[in-house]
Ligand binder design. Structure first.
Ligand SMILES: [Zn+2]
Length: 263
């Protein structure tokens, strides 16, 4: 899967570079932007590609466990996210990774279960990933890429509707593939903490999770690289948020949110 992504990024960056050159000769024009709907369509395609290329876990215990944690988090969301038909897949792969994509796709690699060691830590991972979706981070990335590269301007002014559609599609693909920015990661940490606490997962375990992540030497993919933000900063930020999230956690407990997903 890594190879495919690199090829896609290389191809897309080449197209974007050509566009950036052309953009220098064009002043202002209206920018075709990647919509939430377009990015959900691309996410759906990428998700099905992953399903076709990566082995799927057939272990019912693992699948039920991941499903249980994911649905506990989803139950805390507001519309439209609470009403999405979330599609959850468990990939039988040692990579330490998990993701959520616009349109309601969640992928968990079994490798992350060696780092997220209990239901609360997995709740921290999925809360964080789902927050990237509810805060529109992929759409932001896609549109920032298109705008800074000037490709959208070129497409709008010079190439006409069909090509514009292609570039928007390329932008959407890139928006899903590029790593999130530092401020997006911090936002996903903060909001993910609320989600896990509201679901009845102990928010203190998020600190343990990121410590485990920092100690993991398997070479985590970009989403979980400790440099982004640095694990020390991330952990300090989480600790600062803990008093407030513990209030939410206790309220969730009192309201009967007491997930028993395992392991
Ligand atoms: Zn993230």
């Amino acid at each position: 899967m890594g190879g495919t992504i690199i090829v896609m990024i290389t191809r897309t960056i080449r197209i974007l570079s050509v566009g950036a050159l052309a953009a220098l000769t064009l002043a202002s024009c209206s920018l075709p932007l990647v919509s939430e709907r377009e990015i959900a369509i691309q996410a759906d395609e990428q998700f099905e590609q992953m399903r076709a290329q990566t082995p799927i876990s057939t272990d019912p215990d693992v699948r039920n466990y991941v499903d249980c944690v994911a649905h506990a988090i989803i139950a805390t969301l507001e519309p439209p996210y609470s009403e999405l038909d979330w599609d959850i897949e468990v990939f039988d792969d040692d990579t330490v990774n998990a993701f959520a994509m616009p349109g309601g796709k969640i992928g968990v690699y079994t490798g992350i279960l060696s780092v997220a060691k209990n239901q609360d830590q997995l709740g921290a991972v999925l809360g964080h990933e789902i927050a990237h979706v509810t805060q529109h981070h992929s759409v932001e990335r896609a549109n920032r890429t298109l705008t800074t590269q000037g490709v959208a301007a070129v497409a709008g002014a010079a190439l006409g509707g069909g090509a514009t559609g292609d570039l928007v599609q390329q932008g959407a693909q890139l928006g899903l593939l590029l790593p999130y920015g530092r401020s997006q990661e911090s936002e996903a940490d903060r909001i993910g903490l609320d989600y896990m606490a509201d679901a009845g997962f102990d928010p203190r375990q998020s600190v343990k999770l990121w410590k485990n992540m920092a100690e993991n030497d398997k070479g985590a993919p970009p989403e979980f690289l400790s440099t982004h933000p640095s694990s020390d900063t991330r952990i300090q930020d989480l600790i600062r948020e803990l008093p407030e999230s513990l209030v939410r956690y206790n309220a969730a407990k009192e309201a009967g949110k007491n997930p028993h997903c395992g392991p």
